[in-house]
Design a binder for this molecule. Sequence first.
Ligand code: NAD
Length: 978
Amino acid sequence: MNTYGDLKNKIRDIGFELYQSANEVPTIFDKGRWMGRLMDHAMKDEEFKLNLFRYIDVLPSLKTDAQIANLLEEYFSGVKTAPFIIRKGIERISRGIMPFVAARVIKAGVKSLARQFIAGEGIQDALKTLGSLWENGFANSVDLLGEEVLSDREAGEYTQKYLRLLESLASESGKWSQDAVLENNSGGLIPRFDISCKITSLYSQLDPLDWEGSIDRAKENLRPIVAGAREAGASLCIDMEQYYSKDLIIEIFKHILDEFEDYHFAGVALQAYLKESKNDLVDLIKWAKERKRQVSVRLVKGAYWDYEVVSNRQRGWPVPVFESKDETDDNFEKLTRILLENSEFTRPALATHNIRSITHAIAVAEALNLPKNDFEFQMLYGMGEPLRRKLRKMGYRVRVYTPVGELIPGMAYLVRRLLENTSNTSFLRGFFAENRSFEEIIRPPGPKRTEAREKSSFEFRNEPSADFSKAQNRDKMQQALQSVKALFGGRYPLHIAGEDVFREREILSLNPADPVAVVGRVSSADRHDAEQAMVAAGNAFLSWRNVTPADRSGALFKAAEEMRKRRFELAALEIYEAGKTWREADGDVTEAIDYLEYYGREMFRLGRPAHPGDYPGEVNDYFYAPKGIGLVISPWNFPLAIAAGMVSAALVAGNCVIFKPSSLAPVVGRQLVEAFRVAGLPPGVLQFLPGPGTEVGEYLVAHHGIDFIAFTGSKDVGLRIIRIAAAIKPGQRSVKRVIAEMGGKNAIIVDETAELDETVKGVLESALGYQGQKCSACSRVIVTEGIYDEFLTRLKDAMESIRIGLPEEPGTFMGPVIDEGALRKIQKYVDIGKKEARLFFLREKSGKGFFIGPAIFIDVDPLSTLAQEEIFGPVLSVMKARNIEEAINIANKTAYALTGGIFSRGPLHVRKVREGFRVGNLYINRKITGALVGRQPFGGFGMSGVGSKAGGPDYLLQYMDPRSISEYTIRRGFAPLR
Ligand code: NAD
């Protein structure tokens, strides 16, 4: 049966009425005005559009006229197609003519652009706009624009702002005239005003990984807002944000409604571009039915499409959005029907400017005989005004989503609107700017699918991290934590000549968060074991070197598969043995898998025979031969990944390996050997010799039979190994190659054009991720004067808000440091800092484990101990620089050269840093940790290391000797044809 009768013709009729509203052109598309001309130019020229929007984005943060003028030049002087007015401006500026005039004109321009979409800079300002909207026949939903909330203080301020907004609206709305369309539905009166609120702004540490904690903490601020809305007689809608937090936001919405059974005007937004949105809507309706209550649902298409596609692809996760606009439009119609059919339990709010979507909704509602006021349309302030006027005339309630806020926090919103208006797939652009025909506009959305390009299955792809927004992954991790804990105290043997060997002398591996807990007892090797291992390796090498590169790669792939199967168990083990948080532990496991997969493929490439030159009469072969027997010495801080990288590179190149893990994480180290055992390596190819570095490590470094050493660890130990390895022993056959990855004293530069939300987050993660115990960690921040105070305040607040605690608890941001020695050393540096510099922030943290809170020092002399020595803990030195040149100069003032970064939106500064900041891995506008195999090959120079970058195309070459064979093929004057 067709409930809807002749929907198609109805849609055409209603659509035509709306279509006629197009004879009015909104300001943003009006080519008679500068704004319309600028947008028109942006729509025709992608490069100009990119630069224009980037410039608009940075502009409100700029403090001086000179900066405004300079950046105009930096952004546009290379864009040959920039409009005349901009080229003229640049010309004047470059002739030194009055930057303040230019700045004033530009600022006024951007402000009026912002006023198109943002209703006011403050609440008072906005009340006027809301009043006049109401008197013109439009309802409202007020959204307070805010910066990203990075601390409890900021979340508290945001909550207070909403409470003040509710109070102001309650008294102001009393003055508005009566309007039956706006304040009634078939059930009776509905609130005169509405607020839209973002859950991520209510709790700075919101993270689906910490499911329960996030629900509880977000509700602390949401509760007073809902209570305030109930008291003020307002309705409230929870906005939807990134897909990653979608399920959590819906859950919080349900939880809070269960606390407010007598509040009837709450709602939530759902995004039709999400493939899961239909299920979410059906679930929500079911939930409302069970509770016999009505919820508002704001159906939107979704505003973060680019972000969802890019960020999920980057992480190797499925893309959660429909890839074509048509599919989204089609889904929007499906969801509209479900909503309207269930209006007993929902108050449908259809948020769209698309004539086809609107008319489809009207036609469906008519077919269902729904009263006009039982659903509503919503449109954004500053968009689609002619359409909303027309709808009101037709007797429908239209609610205008009205953002309020100052320019800086409002910039992200403004840029999103500009992108939306000018995008190729924008309905408004097609309708108002490109005069699409009625037929095009009213066409039903076809489910046109664009197939994503499939990579060849052999191409390297990073192992996706675990998506902890999914309940099944959180459950798996919890189960793994339990099962690993049950194995505490277990004994782990050496592995020599294919045999597991237990020794009486043991290394006790402790849980740094609870040092009475013994994670494992690992046999400790002595010199006799080392000698045995050398003999076994020598024997194994004779055949392993002749195994084909493809078969050696195969062993790496099998080991990777084994790790993939055990990934949660391995991560859980790292949480207990190394004190890593969930995400850090998971990251180490995926990186280990990456190395195996990447080097396996690299060996395929390098294993192909090459024949340099092409001359008749000779055949030249060029190939790589393994070096022999290698010693791999790894640190504790990436106990699986770094060991897996060095060991697998050496093995796949055809060498035999003796692997000595760090004594602080030997149980994880043993798991690498397990994975290779499952992969079926012949005896003697990989042997496991945990033991004291100074004993078994040093003994083997000096051993005459060792051909190379792959070491990752501290500078002091690395340099010592290099020295010892250089001494030639009797019977030694080769000069030992030492690949040594050592420490860092890494800096991030922050200039006055930096986007502060991203900067603070980036510095926080780089400095405190894994308690600052990464070689890539940020330990110096060099900030230019203009932004110094603001940056420090926000960083300090953010550091105050993060959770320090047991790493197995999902809400923990910082766990313990690795052992008592590390704790003492960090404390010693804090004491030195107190003498050398000024302590700006110190968060005390104690407990039975090795816990220490973060510290920030300011006024740090770039040459002081604090700024020169690797601390390997959560201690940050902040330095002020007058300008970018001085900042680069300070950044380079260390013997280390590992990682570094800059947060800046100034093209010239970014260029100078690219050219002048000499580090192995430079990062621009992102955190400086977390390099990915194959994408950001990792490693430093200077005192940070000798050797090629791990996870990069040159790495395997270090483990092999290139050989060349040339055969003279002419016999008695003839040569074979080639
Ligand atoms: P560490 O130097 O103390 O120990 C590293 C390894 O060397 C351990 O297995 C240890 O047992 C062994 N060892 C110690 N003394 C030895 C000796 N005399 N002879 C032979 N082996 C010896 O370093 P760590 O504390 O385990 O790790 C932290 C350090 O590692 C930091 O300095 C960090 O910057 C560095 N690191 C560098 C990178 C990189 O890629 N550049 C990566 C991770 C860690």
